[in-house]
Design a protein around this ligand. Structure first.
Ligand code: UDP
Length: 316
């Protein structure tokens, strides 16, 4: 059984990964500075010796006493709204944070796992996007802070693999959703779901014809675990093939929630990718993985959990 460090372990995906690791019999040291993570996501581990929490910033030198078998670098704000709110912390988490966590893995003789993103493809000129596509990124646009930091992170990870022989893995997440996302995170799923639940208009940026493909966290974490246990070192896309226009996605959220919300149209976001859909051949062939949860089922579960959070916030 291994002792894993999970940076961003109090965040949305990081905290679900911690749950999975413990379920598999491992223990976890969470490192999070709580800039976007929340102690609520890991409150169920309080007092349990299998999960330790260290409040620290991955962009500074990391001191983790004791043995470490695996380092998962999941720390980074990930919402386009965060790229505007926290541009420099985003750059630092992807760049300095990756360097520090790779250094930790090397010093401890641990394996390493980088959470990367479909944003490395930028506004893609190829669809669906295979891992071999090099991308179309505007380095100086508002999303550049995330895109370029993650591209640097991938380059740094491959350099530690090739030059230092660290056993590394890289996942590229496409749009992922589920319980524990912040209601005010700013991404499309929490925005639309909370707007629908409150009967407010769903805010469409631009004409709504841009597309996204959504993966439910439980499927995505299964893919993460399989990749972490594999011998594969090149990046692997994780997501789904179900490509929706944002307009159709808004209508689906309204239908599933039974809401009477209307749609409201707003200015497009700069550099908003027009089309995003993963080529999942690698995940299927190398990990024998594919998503199982339908968008409707995943959205229903997400809605239920958001409903509880909205109810709790109203009471307090
Ligand atoms: N979007 C939208 N309304 C919202 C939030 C997002 O129309 O309230 C759009 C956004 O412009 C983008 C897509 O939904 O085209 C997905 O946005 P998200 O912030 O979830 O992340 P992205 O996929 O752009 O990284």
């Amino acid at each position: 059984m291994m002792r894993a460090v999970v940076t961003g372990g109090a965040g949305f995906l990081g905290s679900h990964l911690v749950d999975r690791l413990v379920k598999e019999g491992h223990s976890a040291v969470i490192i999070d500075n709580l800039i976007t993570g929340s102690l609520e996501n890991i409150a169920h581990w309080k007092g349990d010796s299998r999960v330790v929490f260290i409040e620290a910033n991955v962009s500074s030198f990391l001191d983790v006493p004791g043995e470490v078998d695996y380092v998962f670098h999941f720390a980074s704000p990930a919402s386009p709204l965060d790229f505007v709110r926290f541009p420099i912390p985003v750059l630092k988490a992807g760049a300095l944070g990756t360097h520090n966590t790779l250094g930790l893995a090397k010093a401890k003789g641990a394996k390493y796992f980088l959470a990367s993103t479909s944003e490395v493809y930028g506004d893609p000129l190829v669809s669906p996007q295979p891992e071999t596509y090099w991308g179309n990124v505007n380095s100086i646009g508002p999303r550049g802070v995330y895109d370029e930091a993650k591209r640097f992170a991938e380059a740094m990870t491959m350099a530690y693999h090739r030059f230092h022989g660290v056993d590394t893995h890289i996942v590229r997440f496409f749009n992922t959703y589920g319980p524990r996302m912040r209601l005010d995170d700013g991404r499309v799923v929490p925005n639309f779901v909370s707007q629908a639940l409150k009967g407010e208009p769903l805010t469409i940026y631009g004409d709504g014809k841009q597309t996204r493909s959504f993966g439910y966290y439980a499927d995505i974490i299964e893919g993460v675990y399989r990749l972490a246990m594999s011998n594969f070192h090149e990046p692997v896309n994780l997501g789904t093939h179900d490509e929706f226009t944002i307009l159709d996605f808004a209508k689906l959220v309204i239908k599933i929630s039974g809401s009477s919300s209307q749609l409201s149209f707003h200015d497009p976001l700069p550099d908003d990718p027009r089309q995003r859909r993963p080529d999942l051949t690698r995940a299927r062939e190398i990990l024998n993985w594919q998503a199982k949860v339908s968008l409707e089922d995943g959205l229903r579960q997400t809605m239920e959990s958001f409903q509880r959070s909205i109810g709790a916030a109203a009471k307090s």
